[in-house]
Design a binder for this molecule. Structure first.
Ligand code: HEC
Length: 141
């Protein structure tokens, strides 16, 4: 009986983890994603409005492609792509940037490991939450 209850409890915990919006449906790990972000950091910052060769990725998740304010170096193929950055589009982009949006100017090779892409996307998702919280916090002051 006790063992049965324990199994049930563990099943509930597992479901809760999968369903939690903070960890993402495919359970990417934002902590690992933050480490993986080092391979992006040469061209992208995780701080709002701090741009390098590429735009800040602080608020990229859920945003329409090519619309980060104050970044002025978008290629036409990217700004005209008409897509929104979701788990699906980010996954396709990170796997093969040149194949997903031909002619774009992100000169980075694709990431073949799906788990690494999931972790990165979980991190990008978390960044948006943090930046939204920071914005709300500052507007209330
Ligand atoms: C060599 C530099 C470079 C590296 C490395 C790089 N990027 Fe980029 N990235 C760019 C540039 C430049 C653009 C803008 C491309 C364009 O306008 O065609 C871009 C665009 C993007 C966009 C779309 C931005 C928008 O506003 O729509 C995303 C998302 C993105 N990169 C994610 C990543 C991630 C995640 C990594 C690491 C896995 C990465 N990039 C690595 C240079 C880079």
């Amino acid at each position: 009986m006790v063992a049965y209850r324990l199994t049930q409890l563990l099943a509930l915990i597992a479901l809760g983890t999968l369903a939690s919006p903070a960890t993402g449906s495919a359970a990417g790990d934002p902590v690992r994603g933050k480490r993986e972000f080092l391979r992006c950091a040469i061209c992208h910052s995780a701080e709002a409005n701090v741009h390098k060769a590429g735009p800040s990725l602080a608020t990229i998740y859920g945003r329409k492609a090519g619309t980060v304010e104050s970044f002025t170096a978008y290629s036409e193929p990217l700004s005209g792509a008409g897509i929104v950055w979701t788990e699906e589009t980010l996954d396709a982009w990170l796997e093969d940037p040149a194949g997903f949006i031909p002619g774009n100017s992100m000169k980075a090779s694709g990431i073949k490991d799906a788990a690494v892409r999931r972790d990165l996307i979980a991190y990008l998702k978390e960044l948006v939450g943090q930046n939204a919280a920071a914005t709300i916090g500052s507007s209330q002051q």
